[in-house]
Design a binder for this molecule. Structure first.
Ligand SMILES: [Cu+2]
Length: 112
């Protein structure tokens, strides 16, 4: 089952010779079991308009999302997988998880 979701955009297992893609902005979601239990890291991220932003969900047990408070973007990220999205309009976007609105740290994506 896991193989289906493995589109491998992080290139974590790729050797440098194969992975020639430049590292773009990345949001990582973890189940830390702390308070709050889920984390967005980094809490503040910069990107440019149209740039690919990769979201990796390392929580094996749940779908999380990166959902702008103003709904400019809403990206579901299945367990143990990565999704890439782009933002077409500059702005400072607070975002949260639509499934656990009170269980993630506050996070902001700044697009310029
Ligand atoms: Cu969540």
């Amino acid at each position: 089952m896991a193989a289906i979701a493995l589109v491998s955009q992080t290139g974590a297992l790729a050797t440098p010779a194969i992975n020639v893609q430049e590292a773009g902005p990345t949001i990582t979601i973890e189940n830390t079991g702390g308070d709050p239990p889920y984390s967005f890291a980094p809490a503040q991220l910069d990107a440019t308009v149209g740039q690919a932003i990769t979201v990796t969900n390392n929580d094996a047990n749940g779908v999380h999302s990166v959902t702008a408070t103003d709904k400019t973007f809403n990206v579901d990220v299945p367990p143990k997988s990565s999704v890439t999205f782009k933002v077409s309009k500059a702005g400072k976007y607070d975002y949260a998880c639509q499934y656990h609105s009170d269980a993630h740290n506050a996070a902001t994506l700044n697009v310029s």
